[in-house]
Design a protein around this ligand. Structure first.
Ligand code: PLP
Length: 305
């Protein structure tokens, strides 16, 4: 039994339009709140089989939450080291999964350094996106959608560090598909789009977005390399559009998702989908936002010009 669940594949009337059928893969329903458990659950199981007795993560977001959940399910202790900037809600969610939470440093790299120093022969460190085991696990999302009868001629998903993208492309490939993938980021976290433009992997000097789960300054090498071998089309959306998409999705489908996921939903309005009749949207989810944080973020944005 894998640690992730099989999620529903549902057609969306509210998001579909004349000439475009929209299918949703509801990863928001994974027990720890996002698709991350597919890859992290798979990696943790492999590590446990290889004799690891403890897991360490430095993610104060959905990756840390997935590691905490996986450890609890496998009966192995987990330590998550987060910086002081991590929200009270994220801390509480990680602790509620029974993980040891250590708060260290003003910024993520300090927490990450401490997490790495805890790694020893029997402890596995789980990276949030740059790990072939993660991609292999995320790929199950495509196997499953196909088994459920999904027929789609494009995929829409969000990109942070590019682990989800790498996994979905792996899933398409292992099913013999070369389906185009729309890779969505917010303007303030456009690490993939900027790299594709520059023709080389670039590191952003700063990140400014409400979509905190997309806040990777650089995508993993694998995600960038795949843009040369697979039809991957970067799409950028505004923070405002991502937040509005969250509110609309709550009304339409009764599910709350993070702005990181709202970005993929908002891309349906922005991306050029005229060549496609049916798209699969990965509703990646996210447990860290609440309706109050989403509305507060909307209110804090400058009024539309
Ligand atoms: C991690 C995450 C992403 C981005 O995934 P990457 O593998 O880093 O590209 C998007 N949405 C949510 C909710 C996430 O937790």
């Amino acid at each position: 039994m894998p640690l992730h669940i099989e999620t529903p594949l549902v057609p969306s009337s509210p998001l579909s339009r004349e000439g475009l059928e929209v299918w949703l893969k509801l990863e928001a329903l994974q027990p720890p709140g996002s698709f991350k458990i597919r890859g992290i659950g798979h990696a943790c199981e492999r590590h446990a089989q290889a004799g690891k007795r403890r897991f360490v993560s430095s993610s104060g977001g959905n990756a840390g939450l997935a590691v905490a959940y996986a450890g609890r399910r496998l009966g192995l202790p987990v330590t998550v080291v987060v910086p002081e900037t991590t929200s009270a809600r994220a801390r509480a969610l990680i602790e509620a999964e029974g993980a040891e939470l250590r708060v260290h440093g003003a910024a993520w790299h300090e927490a990450n350094a401490l997490a790495l120093s805890l790694v020893d022969e029997t402890t596995a460190f789980l990276h949030p996106f740059d790990d072939p085991l993660l991609w292999e696990g995320h790929a199950s999302l495509i196997d499953e959608a196909l088994r459920q009868g999904a027929r789609f001629d494009a995929v829409v998903l969000s990109v942070g560090g590019g682990g989800l993208l790498a996994g979905v492309v792996e899933g398409l490939k292992r099913n013999g598909l070369s389906t185009p993938v729309f890779a969505v980021e917010t303007h303030g976290a456009a690490s993939l789009a900027r790299s594709v433009e520059a023709g080389q992997r670039v590191e952003l000097s700063e990140i400014a977005t409400v979509a905190t789960s997309l806040a990777a300054r650089q995508v993993c090498e694998q995600a960038f390399e795949l843009t040369k071998r697979h039809d991957i089309r970067p799409v950028l959306v505004s923070d405002r559009a991502a937040l509005q998409a969250c509110e609309r999705f709550l009304d339409d489908h009764r599910l709350l998702v993070e702005p990181a996921c709202g970005a993929a939903l908002a891309a349906l309005e922005v991306a050029d989908l005229t060549a496609f009749r049916s798209v699969l949207v990965v509703v990646c989810g996210g447990a860290v936002a609440t309706i109050d944080t989403i509305r507060a973020a909307s209110a804090a944005l400058a009024p539309a010009a």
